[in-house]
Design a binder for this molecule. Structure first.
Ligand SMILES: [Zn+2]
Length: 312
């Protein structure tokens, strides 16, 4: 993966610090110290493909207006009421452990925490809905809570916060609704709808890579993020203990090798084109590489140095 621009290394506006927290997990009280990225800017971790595809989407005349018109304030209200009516709103007094995970992740990424809902569903999933940006909210499905450890779940929340941090709002909601199959594009010819959908999905796949980086910034351990991707690819609660992150990374490397031939490249493209998310193995490779790259390491080392000074 191409390395991100080195803005992080040189920007004087980025400050780092640590937060010390006491949190209750089950019957245990844990004292944890995490790195906080104060003044973190979305462009400090945005994937180059995300930057590129955002420019392409911006260049499509009227797309933003179309998105807002189709998913205007009424739709936002409908979706919000739907969630309030059929899901559980997390708060200090409701599933407080999950609430704490969200508050911590938001603090680390220097962003206002959105509302969080837990929704009954056998499909492990999480998504963010935000149109006007005034009342964004994150939804996680119950089966995802069952599948992941608390640290992994926090990485998922951080991924969703990444979408908000990067202002993926309208287009993300648009793409999410298409993905959920709950919406058809009225008044648009099939071809336009299809090519728009393809372009949106291309953008979303790039946006996903950015948000996996947000997940890493919060988890501060690539294995946590890769484990989430592995579990989403083929995990279930009864197998969770036996899953092996290193073997999954090896699998990801073998995919890359197998798809590097011309025929493999064609199949890989065809496999990816209609997907809203990049293939799990490719996301795992991307995050593994970014975790070893200069941008991330510089960011962490500066953060560690700052926290060491603070502890003295
Ligand atoms: Zn996402």
């Amino acid at each position: 993966m191409a390395s991100h621009k080195l803005r992080l290394c040189t920007s004087p506006s980025i400050g780092f610090g640590t937060i010390k927290r006491t949190r209750r997990i089950g019957n245990f009280v844990c004292k944890a110290t995490s790195v906080v990225f104060r003044d973190l800017d979305a462009d400090d971790f945005r994937h180059p493909l995300d930057k590129q595809n955002t420019l392409i989407l911006r260049a499509i005349p009227g797309l933003n207006e179309l998105g807002r018109a189709l998913l205007g304030s009424v739709s936002e209200q409908v979706m919000l009421l739907e969630n309030i009516g059929t899901s559980v709103l997390v708060s200090e007094n409701q599933l407080s452990e999950l609430h704490q995970l969200m508050i911590e992740a938001a603090e680390i990424l220097n962003i206002e925490p959105p509302d969080l809902y837990v929704r009954q569903s056998p499909v492990p999933n999480a998504y963010t809905l935000a149109i006007s940006g005034k009342k964004p909210f994150v939804v996680i499905h119950t089966s995802l809570v069952e599948l992941l450890t608390r640290k992994e779940l926090q990485a998922v929340l951080a991924h969703e916060l990444g979408h908000l941090k990067c202002d993926h709002g309208v287009w993300l909601t648009f793409a999410n609704i298409l993905t959920l199959g709950a919406y058809t594009l009225p008044g648009l010819g099939g071809f336009i709808a299809q090519s728009l959908e393809e372009q949106l999905f291309r953008w979303l796949r790039a946006a996903e890579l950015t948000c996996d980086r947000a997940a890493l910034l919060v988890a501060q351990d690539p294995k946590v993020v890769i484990s989430v991707l592995m579990k989403l690819a083929g995990g279930c609660p009864s197998l969770a203990e036996q899953l092996n992150v290193d073997a999954f990374l090896e699998q990801a490397r073998s995919y890359e090798k197998a798809s590097s031939s011309p025929v493999g490249w064609y199949i890989r493209n065809a496999q990816t084109r209609q997907l809203s998310h990049p293939l799990p193995v490719l996301r795992a490779r991307e995050i593994d590489e970014w975790s070893r790259g200069r941008d991330y390491l510089t960011l962490l080392s500066r953060a560690t140095r700052t926290s060491a000074v603070q502890r003295v």
